[in-house]
Design a binder for this molecule. Sequence first.
Ligand code: FAD
Ligand code: NAD
Length: 458
Amino acid sequence: MTTSVELVVIGAGPGGYACAFRAADLGMKVAIVEPRAQLGGVCLNEGCIPSKALLHSAEIIKEAHHMRDWGLDFGQPKIDLDKLRGKKDEIVASLTQGLAGLAKRRKVEIVSGYAKFTGSNELSINGESLSFEKAVIAAGSEPISLPGWPEDERIWNSTGALELRSIPDQLVIVGGGIIGLEMATVYSALGSEVTIVEMSAQIAGTADPECAAILHQTLASEGITLHTNTGVTAVTATAEGIELSCEGAFTGTLLADNVIQAVGRRANGNKLDANLAGIEVMDNGIIVVDEQCRTNQPHVFAIGDVTGNPMLAHRATHQGHVAAEVAAGHEAALDNDLIPSVAYTQPELAWVGLTVAEAKAKQVPHKTTSFPWAASGRNLASGGGAGLTKLIYCPETHRVLGASIVGKGAGELLAELVLAIEMSATLEDIALTVHAHPTLSETIVFSAERALGTLTDL
Ligand code: FAD
Ligand code: NAD
């Protein structure tokens, strides 16, 4: 193992490996410390990629089912769980092996082990010491476990759920955030009867309420039971299953073969002895950074989930690039307010920039405009269900400030609006840009035209 390095990156998730590779490309001598056998962190190994592989399967099952209304009956799907799990694992392995190759080509040293600070410029890894000039903490986050629950292998977190051990007849998911909703989509398509218990009034709590309500109604119409404003007060493991006592809008008992806890993630900042390097860490494990990803110690940076919300892979990667560039002496910064969020449910729910609630709280002058997908030719011709494209804009300048989309493929559509906001585009810029017909992207133009009074499609 190297004993001294110019830049050490702690953690090889989408933040850490992107940072290490960018720093190496800028000419720095870099090492990554990572205890897992594979690179890629949560995102590749037990997050974004395996969940999207399973969501793809769920989408195919649901689409085939809906085609019965069109006179196409493919029959009941035969699910080979071992093969499906194998395919998911194969996709993960191909990506993580690819990363190992990219690290080797850049001469980034991979140090296997768990890093802890022992001083302002020193780490200990498996009892061995590594000194550094600059460090980037990219140690990620872990699932929150609710206190007082029994230890039982029928209770899963997101990692357990993605292992696809079985398809439970009755599945209860506690937490109606993005993980809960995506796992509900997967297991419901595979054949489980799914119930979501969410303590707040709205699923996907930070999303636009109107768009979240459309997702809620669609999931309910597909057979998923959603209990919002409901808390779990007691959990008991019995021979028949896991029993959950609920109180709130739904008061009663649920019995499940399996339960998924999806109640958020906790940043890993408290596990690194960061105080020995003088780095400030909040009680909840979050390390606060500025827009250049610097901690309170100028030679130490932090990126990704360990820096708090939104805990998303693309934010971690962009922060990783910023930290590498600043560490190498370049000018760089990231606007944390313009990070897109996508729930890869059916339909997808995607949003970026200012929400109406934020605009009200910050007293930002704003108006909204929207286009319902029931009037989109492409949506109807593609068998799409309910959907809405909604823009938030400045009434004076017509600049787009935020956007929310719910509908098939909303995550891909959102990219145009992320760029629009980045480029300070106005409603006129969008409305006067010719979009191909028939596409779902027309719903963005129609929303802008509606606000300008030039819409002829509604
Ligand atoms: P991580 O990916 O958490 O990686 C941190 C790494 O640091 C880990 O490999 C860990 O082993 C290592 N580490 C920790 N402590 C130490 C230490 N002391 N020394 C050395 N190494 C250490 N985000 C999206 O944008 N899109 C999605 O579709 C999406 N889907 C998700 C689905 C699920 C089920 C989950 C759980 C998450 C999902 N996320 C998604 C979130 C995304 O995975 C995270 O935001 C992202 O992985 C964060 O990247 P990171 O680099 O900050 O940390
Ligand atoms: P979350 O914070 O998004 O949602 C957790 C939900 O659980 C909230 O709605 C909360 O009100 C609810 N909750 C908390 N305690 C509860 C309780 N005791 N009983 C009932 N409900 C309770 O967290 P998550 O869904 O676990 O996701 C964790 C992180 O992973 C998020 O930051 C998310 O952005 C990220 N992620 C992203 C994607 C994606 O981008 N597609 C996918 C999965 C995860």
